[in-house]
Design a binder for this molecule. Structure first.
Ligand code: NAD
Length: 293
């Protein structure tokens, strides 16, 4: 019988981990969430609770279904608490050292058949798989942000990923009513290989004084019909994540066309990481976003 995923463990309860938890619980999966502290885990569950309440207010979800979904999500303060998960999704900070340390440790208490996935935006699946004790049961499941709204999920096999792992991962995504595309294991896969150089170029355009934040975003919204300007999108993704993806492209493809813009580096060094830090190319602290340049 095919391996069936019922319980999802999530490592990293930030923007992506909490989104993955929300859609998984709504689709009937049990979810256990891990992060660096219990406070962060409880903060993530409170955020999901707020999101679900808004769906109830808009009549997009019944109060009973909301109560069932939120009750399916439990904190897992240690990796041992993830032991009975069928699928563990690593959605921690986009930093290879952080991910390698997590993956080497998180696999130890898991059942032999448990699948491990990473939500990395750019890092080699084969290289991350090699840090676990189960490269054949390791796969890239790349959700888009915000997870509840975005239809696409990229699936990326590592060199050792076996068919059963791929089939089980695809069945999980289909139960979330999302669409799968398959990408080969090259830096940043498909979506970010194309998207991030565009965002980086927008930051160069700002850096070189070709336009202001407002001019660049308005130009791309009204001139290219993008739903969101590239700098607004960068803030939404997180500038640390954007920088990390550009570094992976630059190093992985050894082509100077991927060099990260120095202005992006400066914003990250300042801790201006975008929406999640309340400040990036826009300042969100007083409500309406105000351009910072
Ligand atoms: P985030 O900064 O919102 O969340 C990262 C979380 O990981 C934080 O809560 C942090 O405390 C936690 N963390 C860090 N080290 C940890 C550890 N050792 N153990 C447990 N938890 C740890 O970042 P995010 O935007 O949610 O991104 C997470 C992953 O998803 C990254 O790999 C990113 O590339 C990927 N991703 C992001 C986007 C996006 O648009 N933001 C889209 C697709 C994929």
């Amino acid at each position: 019988m095919a391996f069936e995923i019922r319980k999802i463990g999530i490592v990293g309860s930030g923007q992506m981990g909490s989104g993955i938890a929300q859609v998984s619980a709504l689709a009937g999966f049990d979810v256990i969430m891990n992060d660096l502290s219990e406070d962060r885990i409880h903060g993530a569950i409170a955020k999901i609770d707020g999101n679900l309440n808004r769906l109830v207010e808009r009549d997009a979800l019944s109060a009973a279904d909301k109560a069932t979904a939120i009750a399916r999500i439990k904190p897992a303060p240690t990796f041992n608490d993830l032991a009975d998960a069928d699928l563990v999704i690593e959605a921690a900070t986009e930093n290879e050292e952080v991910k390698r340390a997590i993956l080497a440790e998180v696999c130890l208490p898991l059942k032999a058949e448990t699948i491990i996935a990473t939500n990395t935006s750019s890092i080699s699946i084969t290289r991350l798989a090699s840090t676990t004790n189960r490269a054949s049961r390791f796969i890239g499941i790349h959700f888009m942000n915000p997870v509840p709204r975005m239809q696409l999920v990229e699936l990326i096999r590592g060199i050792a990923t076996e068919d059963e792992t791929f089939t089980a991962a695809r069945a999980y995504i289909e139960k979330l009513h999302k669409t799968v595309t398959v990408s080969e294991d090259f830096p940043a896969f498909i979506v970010n290989r194309i998207l991030l150089p565009m965002i980086n170029e927008a930051i160069y355009t700002l850096y070189e004084g070709v336009g202001t934040v407002d001019a660049i975003d308005t130009a791309m919204r009204l001139g290219a019909n993008h739903p969101m300007g590239p700098l607004q999108l960068a803030d939404f993704i997180g500038l640390d994540t954007c920088l990390s993806i550009m570094q992976v492209l630059h190093e992985g493809l050894a082509d100077s066309k991927y060099r990260p813009c120095p202005l992006l580096v400066k914003y990250v060094e300042a801790g201006w990481l975008g929406r999640k830090a309340q400040r990036g190319f826009y300042d969100y602290r007083s409500g309406a976003p105000i351009p910072t340049r």
